[in-house]
Ligand binder design. Structure first.
Ligand SMILES: CC(C)(COP(=O)(O)OP(=O)(O)OC[C@H]1O[C@@H](n2cnc3c(N)ncnc32)[C@H](O)[C@@H]1OP(=O)(O)O)[C@@H](O)C(=O)NCCC(=O)NCCS
Length: 341
């Protein structure tokens, strides 16, 4: 229902405040988000200085940490102060990603447009022209679908950090670090790499069978929780189809559907189906988002979900402290270094 009727702003409000906003509350919240998009000048300058080659997820970590130093609510830990910090960082992440992309490509940065919603504004900052309404809406839906997903690895990382009573920005940085990995958010970028590697429909089946034979993971499949088709992937697949038809370029979607067919045939009985990352890359590709920004875009969407879990958990906080069972030898003598062999 959210993907069908909501917007990223409304979904964010729901996640942060636990209820759907009234019309007035949504207007106030969206205006707040639009006002908080700008980056501190020093962060903007820093983005210009950063090297152009690291993965943008590493840049995002640096910039989110850096932005926290200039947050006017930095030292506030009351609920209102934390909420302002959350709304500020959720609003700034798209600006960080777009500004970095412009500076690394040697282009002038394009400041946010306060007339545009969260999704449309990101595409505008990235491309320098207002997106078609339909494409902005498809992107908005993709952001909604990625906004929250229970206690996945990155959310848990954020909660562990926050449970020590560290600050919200540090928690978000922990989450970004966890999301970067290819078994989590990094999978979307690798799906497109795989589609390119395969190159044509006739090679897809052989590629998958070979990957399974050598026990290589096929990116965009499998999930710790879903043992059936990820409902987010179903929606994204529809938009991937739609955009492939619109741009009259069906190569990726045809290869993707073939991979899906073979994977379900071979591993469906084990509960391996497409996950959210399988078709999102094709959607982003047609929206003109550079490939190495797919995972940062995931972070941009998920930031509000991370923050919502952190706020909820720390309301009745207890530090996370799992214990490990030692299974090594029991009595080992300390041998002075000169006697060790
Ligand atoms: C998401 C993921 C990490 C979940 O891992 P998990 O819950 O620990 O599942 P397991 O690693 O125990 O996998 C269970 C079985 O399915 C197989 N499997 C799981 N995902 C697979 C994939 N993408 N490709 C091939 N085989 C896969 C495993 O090899 C294992 O087989 P086995 O029982 O014969 O050893 C895993 O499915 C994966 O690596 N997917 C690819 C990366 C990805 O798309 N990540 C985004 C997640 S939203």
């Amino acid at each position: 229902m959210l993907a069908k009727y909501s917007t990223y702003e409304e979904t964010s409000y729901l996640l942060l405040y636990g209820e759907l906003p009234t019309k007035e509350a949504l207007e106030e919240f969206s205006t707040k988000m639009r006002r908080l998009r700008d980056l501190p000048k020093k962060v903007e300058d820093c983005l210009r200085e950063l090297p152009p080659h690291p993965h943008p997820m590493d840049i995002l970590k640096v910039a989110v940490s850096h932005a926290a130093l200039y947050d006017p609510d930095r030292l506030r830990c009351c609920r209102e102060g934390v909420m302002r910090k959350v709304i500020r960082i959720v609003s700034q992440i798209p600006t960080i990603i777009a500004y970095y992309h412009q500076t690394r490509s040697g282009q002038e940065i394009i400041p946010p447009d306060p007339e545009l919603g969260h999704a449309a504004n990101f595409l505008y900052m990235l491309h320098g022209k207002k997106p078609e309404e339909e494409e902005a809406r498809i992107f908005d839906i993709a952001l909604i679908l990625h906004a929250e997903h229970g206690l996945n690895a990155s959310t848990f990382a954020a909660m562990v950090t926050a449970s020590t009573l560290s600050d919200i920005n540090s928690a978000i940085v922990s989450a970004i670090s966890a999301l970067k990995g290819s078994l989590h958010g990094g999978a979307n970028e690798r799906v497109l790499k795989m589609l390119d590697e395969i190159g044509s429909l006739d090679k897809a089946e052989k590629y998958v069978l070979n990957a399974l034979r050598v026990k290589r993971r096929v990116m965009g499949f499998g999930h710790r929780v879903y043992k059936t088709y990820d409902p987010r992937a179903r929606i994204l697949k529809e938009y991937a189809e739609y955009l492939s038809n619109k741009y009259n370029d069906r190569k990726y979607i045809e290869i993707g559907k073939k991979i899906e067919e073979v994977m379900i045939r071979e591993l469906g009985k084990k509960g391996i189906f497409p996950n959210v990352d399988f078709y999102s890359g094709i959607v982003y590709h047609f929206l003109g988002i550079p490939r190495d920004l797919f995972t940062p875009v995931f972070a941009m969407a998920r930031s509000v979900g991370w923050a919502a879990h952190v706020c909820e958990y720390t309301t009745n906080n207890r530090i996370f402290r799992p214990r490990a069972y030692y299974i090594g030898p029991e009595y080992v003598e300390y041998v002075p270094i000169e006697k060790r062999r």
